[in-house]
Design a protein around this ligand. Structure first.
Ligand code: FCB
Length: 460
């Protein structure tokens, strides 16, 4: 490894992240109702090998040992999500005490271990009962989400101070409703746009609820912006393709959250789909509720070009609203096991842009890479590519901080190998390996490396 060790200022927070459906398992225990991901993963053909989150990492039963592992790694913070169908199995209405109790124990165990809990309210596991009532397609979801938020913050808010409303609303809207790769698997560009707006509204409505139930809360949302690159020598059409892709990937959230409007020209680009009446008077003010920081999840940049005259569009981006003639251009190798481009420079650029657009301190709430890990003869997991990716991205982030961008922390995705959504257990992102037959955890070389980086900043 040639990259020099990155250095961050005092107080910089090092953590790792997970999400409820990806690790918990125990899907039918203690009153949890099915989520849209239970339905989707149990639908033939939707996930790799028909994999489901039924058992996942069995974290629901192994939580104390997993927290001990975090402590061993020296993690200062743990970002996890709460499963809505555990807390309010009916979607709205009665709160399930047994579901709340699990997160109560988790928070207490973390605090006893000196690890700061950073809680995401929604990381994609919408109760199926609410999907049956229209899910993110209906405006009512904003009230359902605010009600659920009150239930969670009302019980954990005495101990949890870091709150994130939504994880990657781009994925729960565009990827799930326009591209169709995630639950509920619809392919409709207008639905992508409308669900994005309703997610924003839900977020905006939840912010004051969090503040009411948790005085002193740090309130946030996590987006997954991506640096959009056009061809080296772009035509007018290529530049327009970059603009459209950037709007459908980034501006659709940056605009309403931080600029009080959708990006200029975006509603014109989708005029063939909608008259924009899904945006009601007052929505943008509600969506723009002041935040304390912004979470940024970023793994890779995006490359696009205009679809050539008379040609068929390439890749998935053309399914996004307003992007009908945008090609997705092949990423530049070496690629990760996900087929994702590795670009620390683009990572730095999008973090800097996120800080500029939001005017907020930023936390990198997810970053990491998947590789085909195996347990070696010595019983260890040697993952030099993940070590290199981690160090290069931390290095780029440290450069951004040194150049004046207010980045307050970094969360490795992920603490554990886990259920990688449509790709099931085929893709491993953990800094800790999970043997899914035995549930044995093995810290990978990347986990040890990360622990060394943390220890260098905070000698114990
Ligand atoms: C992000 C998700 C996270 C994980 C990583 C690889 O989009 O937030 O749950 O799947 O990608």
């Amino acid at each position: 490894m040639t990259t020099p060790a990155p250095t961050f200022p005092p107080g910089f927070l090092f953590g790792a992240a997970t999400a409820s459906y990806q690790i918990e398992g125990a899907v039918a225990e203690d009153g949890r109702s099915p989520s849209i991901w239970d339905t989707f993963s149990h639908t033939p053909g939707k996930t790799f090998g028909g994999d489901t989150g039924d058992v996942a990492c069995d974290h629901y039963h192994r939580m104390p040992a997993d927290v001990a592992l975090m402590q061993e790694l020296g993690l200062e913070a743990y970002r996890f999500s709460v499963a809505w169908p555990r807390i309010v199995p009916g979607g709205t209405g009665a709160v399930n005490a047994a579901g709340v109790a699990f997160y109560d124990r988790l928070v207490d165990t973390l605090l006893a271990a000196g690890i700061r809990p950073v809680v995401t309210l929604y990381h994609w596991d919408l109760p199926q009962v609410l999907e049956d009532r229209g899910g993110w397609r209906t405006r009512e979801v904003a009230d359902w989400f605010a009600e659920y938020t009150a239930a969670v913050v009302g019980t954990l808010g005495d101990r949890v101070k870091h709150w994130t409303t939504l994880n990657e609303p781009w994925c729960s809207s565009m990827l799930s409703h326009a591209i169709g790769a995630h639950a509920p698997g619809h392919q409709d560009p207008l639905e992508g746009l409308v669900t994005a707006h309703h997610l924003m509204l839900a977020h905006g409505r939840a912010v004051p609820v969090i503040r009411e139930h948790c005085p002193g809360a740090q309130v946030s949302i996590t987006l997954n912006p991506t640096q959009v690159h056009g061809p080296e020598d772009p035509t007018e059409a290529d530049l327009d393709a970059v603009r459209r892709a950037d709007n459908a990937l980034n501006g659709v959230f940056f605009g309403p959250l931080f600029h009080g409007a959708y990006p200029e020209g975006m509603l014109d680009d989708v005029a063939h789909l909608t008259d924009g009446s899904f945006v009601h008077a007052g929505d943008l003010a509600e969506i723009g509720a002041p935040l304390d920081n912004l979470g940024v999840n970023n793994y890779f940049p995006t490359r696009v070009a205009a679809t050539p005259e008379g040609g068929e569009p390439d890749g998935g981006i053309h399914l996004l609203p307003g992007c009908e003639r945008v090609d997705e251009v092949a990423p530049r190798p070496p690629l990760t096991a996900m087929g994702w481009e590795q670009s620390p420079e683009s990572h730095r650029a999008i973090v800097e842009r996120s800080a500029r657009e939001s005017g907020l301190p930023v936390y990198v709430t997810e970053n990491g890479s998947a590789w085909d890990d195996t347990i070696a003869a010595d019983g260890q997991v040697h993952d030099p590519e993940r070590v290199a990716y981690l160090m290069a991205h931390l290095g780029a982030l440290a450069d951004a901080v040194a150049a004046g961008t207010d980045v307050r922390g970094y969360f490795a995705w992920s603490l554990l190998d886990n259920f990688e959504w449509a790709l099931g257990y085929d893709k491993r992102f953990g800094i800790v390996h999970v043997d899914y037959d035995t549930q044995v955890r093995t810290v990978k070389d990347s986990g040890r490396q990360y622990a060394r980086v943390i220890a260098a900043h905070h000698p114990r």
